[in-house]
Write a protein that binds this ligand. Structure first.
Ligand code: FEO
Length: 394
């Protein structure tokens, strides 16, 4: 995408990556993504905010040429992850007078990863400012959104926040601002689940730290920009603080149909009791959709057959991810079937130590479910619905 003016002398110069389908060789990107960079011109100095993923560096370099910039004085690195910092060597080579501006931790990480010379850096402390002439950049250290070195940049006179990953979403679009609020909400929620949710408590502190800043625009480094920023700030507040909903998420897999029959029965039983259920077959599910569903689930029910005494490997993968992203669920349990012997409960429970949940007694059966097994699932549905009610989630 060519440079686009956001406000007078503030330009979008980033790159839209329509075709990328996986991030970190892990996170699905069903809607592509973008690496947003911005040019801010003052009366005396010019700043570039963040760079782009290395394979798209020519898009950024061409955009800077198109603006016919004589110089760039500061390149602001809000975050050291290579999708935003990876063009550092090319940018600093093209603009030899430019200083890389970042937190001290970010400087160390950029030197480690990109072998940039020490004298190219200017580190900034929390709340430090830099004048561009008529425009002032304020750097607010917000660690753990989502690495330890992260900061955001606030352009005071224009009330624009450049938060890098914070408030972002993986969407490729030709629209500069959010115009499809439904698509944005879903994409931002899965993005929150995948990279921000593990740091929910630190993010609460960070939301508190920026709450008194007047913000007209949020310009993140992924996805469309926010010209109605309250929308995404309210969403982040809700995801960070709110109690989970009256929701059960069931990630499961079945090999010969027994566990699937149990899951189907339990879904119906819960729905009859007024509980919302989201069911994910781990043989085919988008793991990002599962992560998003975990944001406000009160209970997680893992469904797995027994494979070589433990859970199915796809379930182990999902359990590992759920443990890493630390959803705020309050209850968990396991259901499933085995053929001749099992240690599935002990093995699976040991995989989720980070989940601060009350374990509800599992329902593990031999072979295909029979009348007594369905009764046990009805009892489990009663227990879950009752716990949600007692916790005030209904
Ligand atoms: Fe978009 Fe943490 O990088």
């Amino acid at each position: 995408m060519k440079p686009r003016e956001i406000k007078k002398d503030i330009y979008y110069v980033g790159a839209v990556d329509w075709d990328r389908r996986l991030f970190d060789s892990l996170i699905p990107l069903p809607d592509g993504t973008s690496y947003n960079s911005y040019i801010i011109k003052g009366t005396e100095k010019v700043a570039l905010i963040d760079t782009v993923n290395p394979p798209m560096k020519d898009v950024l370099l061409d955009n800077l040429d198109e603006l016919e910039l004589k110089r760039i004085d500061y390149v602001i690195f809000n975050h050291a992850e290579p999708d935003h910092s990876g063009s550092i060597r090319e940018i600093l080579a093209k603009y030899p007078e430019a200083k890389a501006v970042c937190t001290p931790k970010c400087k160390a990480m950029l030197i480690d990863r990109f072998m940039v010379a020490e004298d190219r850096f200017k580190t900034v402390e929390d709340k430090e400012t830099l004048s561009l002439g008529g425009r002032t950049l304020e750097f607010i250290h917000l660690p753990w959104v989502h690495w330890p070195e992260t900061m955001v940049t606030y352009l005071r006179e224009d009330k624009v926040l450049f938060p890098c990953d914070f408030f972002g979403s993986h969407i490729a679009t030709t629209e500069m601002f959010v115009r499809d609020a439904g698509q944005e909400y879903e994409a931002a929620k899965r993005y929150w689940a995948e990279i921000m949710m593990p740091f929910r408590l630190q993010i609460q502190k960070n939301l508190e730290k920026i709450k008194d800043y007047k913000i007209d625009f949020i310009c993140p480094s992924h996805g469309p920009l926010h010209d109605k920023p309250q929308y995404i700030m309210d969403a982040y507040h809700s995801w960070a603080y709110d109690e989970p909903g009256n929701i059960v998420v069931i990630p499961y897999i079945s090999m010969h149909g027994s566990t699937r029959a149990m899951v189907g029965y339990l879904v119906e039983a819960l729905a009859r009791r007024g509980v919302t259920v989201k069911q994910f077959d781990l043989a085919v599910s988008d793991i990002g959709k599962l992560a998003a569903a975990l944001v406000d689930a009160a209970t997680i029910v893992i469904g797995t057959p027994t494979v070589l005494t433990g859970p199915h490997p796809n379930v182990a993968h999902a359990a590992f991810l759920a443990n890493a992203i630390k959803p705020k669920a309050k209850f968990a349990t396991i259901i499933g079937s085995f053929g001749w012997g099992t240690k599935v409960v002990e093995t699976t429970a040991a995989m989720i130590p980070n989940l601060k949940v009350e374990i509800i007694p599992p329902v593990i059966i031999k072979g295909y479910p029979k009348e007594a097994d369905f009764q046990a699932l009805d009892k489990l549905a009663d227990t879950i619905a009752g716990k949600h009610k007692d916790a005030g989630l209904v």
